[in-house]
Ligand binder design. Structure first.
Ligand SMILES: *Cc1c(COP(=O)(O)O)cnc(C)c1O
Length: 450
C-alpha cells in the first residue's frame, strides 16, 4: 500500500502555499473529507495513482462551490411577471434604499415618538392602507397563507365556515384550503357544486354554529361553460344580514384597474372595499408588487381580535417588510405605480417591448438568426387564471442547437427563457431593459456563433 503512505497528512496539507488566501478552518474541513475519501478509494482499489495537485484542485473546487452564493440573480425572460419559482415580485432599488435606512439604524418600530412610550408595530402601515382602501384597520403577517390561517383560527375555531365547492382550491406549494381550514380548527361547510353556487346555497347553509362566509380566489384554475358563482359583494350582503363575518382570501390582490380587460374578471381591492366587507386578505408579493407578506384589511373590531391571538406573535413581520410595504402602498397612493416593477412590466406597451426586441436583435445579428414574435404570456402567481396578455418575444435560432439545448445552455448562465411552438424565446414582458447588454453577452459567451 505504497499509495496510502503517499497520502498527505491534513495539518501539513493545509499549509501548502496554494491555500494561502483561503480560510484555514474551512480548507481544513474540506481537506479532511477529500483525504478520507481518497484513502477509501485506495483501499477499495478504485484508485491506482495519486497526484497531490489533483487533491489540491479538488479541495479548491469544493471550497469555491461552497462559498458561491446559492441564491443567485437570474434574468427572467419567461414573460411570466409574478414568477413564483423566480422570486415573484421585484423591489425597485430606490425603494429598497429607504428600507435600508430602517434596517441599518434604530427606528420607531414599536415606539411612539410623540408620546415617548411603547407604540404599535402595525401602525406604520395602517395609516397609508386606510387612506388608500378606506379600510378601518389593517394588520400584516408573514404571508397570505398565514393571514388565512390567522383569520380562521381567530374567528372560526370549532365553528362552521361556509365555502363554495368551486373554491376549495390547492395552490402551488401544497396550500389546500380544506387542509388549512382543518389545521386552523375551523369546520368546513361546503356548499354548491363544482361549477355552480347560488346565493340561496349560502343562505340555506347558515345555522347557529356558523361564524363566517368565506370566499377564496380560484388563483390557478378557472371553470368554463355552464357556471355560476356568487360575487363577493353578494356574499358580504348575505353575511352582514345575518350578523356573520364575510372574508375574502383574495390571493393576489391588486390596487389598480388591470389592463387588457382583465379588470372585468378581476376587480381591484378598492372596488371590493366599496361594499364594506368584514375582512379581506392578500399577498404582498403578487400583484401588489412588494415584499413577501400577508395583508389583512377590514373592520376595526375584527382586526383588534386578530391582534389578540397568540398566533400573531409567530406570524408577525419585521421592520424591513413593514418599511418596504409602506413605501409600496405610498407609491400607489401617490399614483406613482411606475415605481413598482411588477406593475410597470404589466403596463408597458407592446410598442416599447418591440423597440427593446429590435435593439437586442440588432446586437445579435452576427451571432444567430432571430425573429421578433408578437405573442401572449400570463401574469402568473395565480393572479389571473387562464388570462393571456399580449407580449413581444425574440426567438433565437442556432444552426447546431435545438431549442431545448439553447434553453439549457442559457439557463446554466442564469438566463431563463421559454420554449413556444418549438422555438426558444426571450420574452420582453419581463426583461429589464438595463439587462439587454448582459443578455447579449451571455448569449455570446455561452453559445457564441455555433
Ligand atoms: C397565493 C395565494 C395564497 C397564499 O399566499 P402566500 O402569500 O403565497 O402565502 C392563499 N390564497 C390564495 C387564493 C392565493 O392565491
Amino acid at each position: 500500500m505504497k499509495l496510502l503512505r503517499e497520502l498527505p497528512q491534513v495539518d501539513k496539507f493545509i499549509k501548502y502555499k496554494e491555500f494561502e488566501s483561503y480560510s484555514p478552518k474551512l480548507v481544513g474541513q474540506i481537506a479532511k473529507e477529500v483525504i478520507t475519501n481518497t484513502r477509501n478509494e485506495i483501499l477499495e482499489g478504485k484508485r491506482t495513482t495519486l497526484d497531490k495537485s489533483d487533491l489540491i484542485q479538488e479541495v479548491i473546487k469544493q471550497y469555491e462551490e461552497l462559498i458561491t452564493p446559492s441564491l443567485q440573480e437570474v434574468i427572467n425572460a419567461t414573460g411570466v411577471i409574478v414568477h413564483t419559482n423566480l422570486g415573484r415580485s421585484l423591489i425597485e432599488p430606490e425603494m429598497f434604499d429607504k428600507a435600508k435606512t430602517i434596517a441599518t439604524s434604530y427606528n420607531n418600530l414599536e415606539y411612539d415618538l410623540k408620546q415617548g412610550k411603547r407604540g404599535e408595530r402595525y401602525s406604520h402601515i395602517t395609516k397609508v392602507l386606510q387612506q388608500l382602501t378606506g379600510c378601518e384597520d389593517a394588520i400584516v403577517v408573514n404571508n397570505n397563507a398565514s393571514a388565512v390561517f390567522l383569520v380562521l383560527n381567530t374567528f372560526a375555531k370549532n365553528k362552521e365556515v361556509i365555502v363554495s365547492r368551486g373554491e376549495l382550491v390547492e395552490i402551488g406549494g401544497s396550500f389546500r384550503v380544506p387542509d388549512v381550514m382543518a389545521q386552523s380548527g375551523a369546520v368546513l361547510k361546503e356548499i354548491g357544486t363544482t361549477n355552480k353556487t347560488h346565493r340561496a346555497d349560502y343562505e340555506n347553509a347558515i345555522n347557529d354554529n356558523t361564524s363566517m362566509l368565506m370566499k377564496v380566489h380560484k388563483s390557478n384554475y378557472s371553470i368554463e361553460g355552464f357556471t355560476s358563482e356568487v360575487g363577493f359583494e353578494e356574499v358580504v350582503k348575505v353575511a352582514q344580514d345575518k350578523n356573520l363575518i364575510d372574508y375574502y382570501d383574495m390571493g393576489s390582490g391588486h390596487m389598480i384597474d388591470l389592463p387588457y380587460g382583465l379588470d372585468l374578471k378581476e376587480p381591484s381591492i378598492l372596488k371590493y372595499m366599496e361594499h364594506k366587507p368584514s375582512l379581506m386578505s392578500f399577498s404582498g408579493d403578487k400583484l401588489l408588487g412588494s415584499v413577501q407578506a400577508g395583508i389583512i384589511i377590514g373592520k376595526k373590531e375584527l382586526i383588534q381580535e386578530l391582534k389578540k391571538n397568540q398566533l400573531l406573535r409567530m406570524l408577525r413581520v419585521d421592520k424591513i417588510t413593514l418599511a418596504l410595504l409602506e413605501e409600496n402602498i405610498k407609491s400607489i397612493l401617490l399614483g406613482n405605480i411606475n415605481e413598482i416593477p411588477t406593475l410597470r412590466m404589466l403596463l408597458t406597451s407592446t410598442d416599447v417591448l418591440n423597440q427593446r426586441a429590435l435593439e437586442l436583435q440588432n446586437s445579435l445579428k452576427d451571432i444567430c438568426n432571430t425573429s421578433i414574435i408578437q405573442t401572449q404570456t400570463v401574469i402568473g402567481g395565480g393572479t389571473t387564471p387562464n388570462q393571456k396578455i399580449p407580449t413581444v418575444a425574440l426567438s433565437l435560432e442556432f444552426k447546431n442547437y435545438k431549442p431545448n439545448k439553447i434553453e439549457k445552455l442559457l439557463r446554466s448562465s442564469n438566463l431563463v427563457g421559454r420554449i413556444e411552438n418549438d422555438k426558444f424565446l426571450l420574452d420582453f414582458r419581463t426583461i429589464n431593459p438595463k439587462d439587454l447588454k448582459k443578455i447579449e453577452e451571455i448569449i455570446k459567451n455561452t453559445i457564441g456563433n455555433k
